[in-house]
Design a protein around this ligand. Structure first.
Ligand code: 13P
Ligand code: SF4
Length: 383
């Protein structure tokens, strides 16, 4: 690879990367900004590819990468954007694996989706495997409950989990439309199996839809029958999968108390992937796009503590210097898998495309694509 592109890189995550771990670590400050020469190489490669290329960037990406995105957004907006560009031959996805899979599902067969580093996975998506979910469904069938249950999966899940939902009458949702997706699901059935983020499911059900915590049970895929009795399953309205985001799961109720003490009058704004007790203590809750819009509209001089990924919070603090924007927790914490996409990997992917070599292409097989698209289309059709 290095010989082909002239780029002296050790490409992490190519095929297998035994020295890394999916999920999150907190290495403190990021390494210094990438070599300015690489910035020029990325610019040139992009220019050479012209309209053949469309670069999507999730809000949690590093600044050095986001500067090359044609569109930035949360996972919902990026899925819409991927579907809206049938003319682009290459979609380079600066985000994580499940997002690139969704882009492949929503684009035409002629379009190629590239993820610059294959180690850019998501620990939450990995918490629900197809076999585990099938096992859960079989248990619900054995209990005579499956025909009442509509599976809804958060966008942050693998393509085969989305396909599972499509096949079984369910849908995908994102953090911007979870409420609407759940309203739709409860029109189709009496219970919902919500995958894989228990926090988004619980926060939406309890705080937005007026359910009680007792209406929710947690299915633990590592215990027989999910660790739940038949009576618990019969009583539940929301069966929450035992998954969570390693980044948003770090914020605690104490982080909120602490920031309120440190910054009088602060507004606490958190992502719904945060734990229930954190969201309960916050002033506002919303998806990444919602967080950005709220800060855009906030008056100058107002103070905000934000509970979401640090790349985005730092960028927001730079974008709105007239507002006092800080990270909710004292500990510096990035999403380490989002951070896998750095400028060297982006340059490598783009220069390879210029040379006619499609590296790190993400492809989803035809059957999975069909059923995952059914679930994604149900989401895209929500009012
Ligand atoms: P959204 O992009 O839907 O806000 O989700 C946040 C996230 O964790 C993406 O990985
Ligand atoms: Fe996954 Fe959380 Fe990282 Fe998003 S922020 S990619 S949900 S680990």
């Amino acid at each position: 690879m290095a010989a082909q592109t002239g780029l002296p890189l050790y490409v992490l995550g190519r095929d297998a990367d035994p020295h890394s771990e999916k999920g999150v670590d907190c290495p403190g400050e990021l390494p210094p900004a990438s070599d300015p020469e690489l910035v020029e190489r990325a610019r040139k490669a992009k220019e050479a590819l012209g309209d053949r290329l469309f670069v999507l960037g999730h809000h949690y990406q590093r600044d050095e990468v986001i500067q090359f995105a044609d569109v930035t957004g949360d996972s919902f907006k990026l899925a819409q954007q991927a579907a809206a560009r049938p003319g682009a031959e290459f979609i380079v996805f600066c985000g994580v694996h499940f997002m690139a899979e969704s882009a492949d599902i929503l684009t035409t067969d002629a379009q190629k989706v590239v993820l610059p580093d294959l180690a850019a996975g998501c620990s939450m998506a990995d918490m629900a495997t197809f076999d585990q979910v099938e096992e859960c469904w079989e248990a619900l069938e054995d209990a005579g409950l499956a025909d009442q249950v509509i599976p809804v999966t958060y966008m942050n899940s693998s393509a085969d989990i989305k396909a599972f939902c499509g096949r079984n009458g369910g849908a995908v949702c994102t953090s911007s439309n979870a409420r609407r997706a759940l309203d739709w699901a409860f029109e189709q059935g009496r219970k919902v199996l919500f995958l894989p983020d228990q926090h988004l499911g619980r926060n939406t059900a309890v705080l937005e839809m007026g359910m009680s915590l007792d209406d929710c049970v947690v299915w633990n895929p590592h215990r027989p029958d999910g660790g739940l009795s038949r009576e618990q399953l019969e009583r539940a309205r929301m069966i929450l999968w035992r998954g969570h985001c390693s980044v948003h799961g770090r914020f605690t109720a104490e982080s909120v108390d602490d920031v309120r003490e440190r910054i009088p009058g602060v507004n606490v704004l958190v992502h719904p992937e945060c734990r229930h007790e954190v969201v309960l203590k916050a002033d506002h809750v919303g998806s990444t796009e919602h967080i950005i819009k709220t800060l855009e509209a906030a008056p100058a001089g107002s103070s905000w503590a934000i509970g979401t990924e640090l790349n985005l919070v730092k960028r927001l603090a730079q974008t709105f210097p007239d507002k006092n924007i800080s990270f909710l927790d004292r500990t510096v914490c990035y999403c380490s898998t989002m951070n896998r996409i750095d400028l060297p990997h982006l340059v490598w992917a783009l220069e390879s495309l210029v040379l006619g070599d499609v590296v790190n292409q993400i492809t989803v097989d035809a059957d999975t694509t069909h059923w995952a698209k059914v679930a994604l289309d149900r989401m895209l059709a929500l009012p």
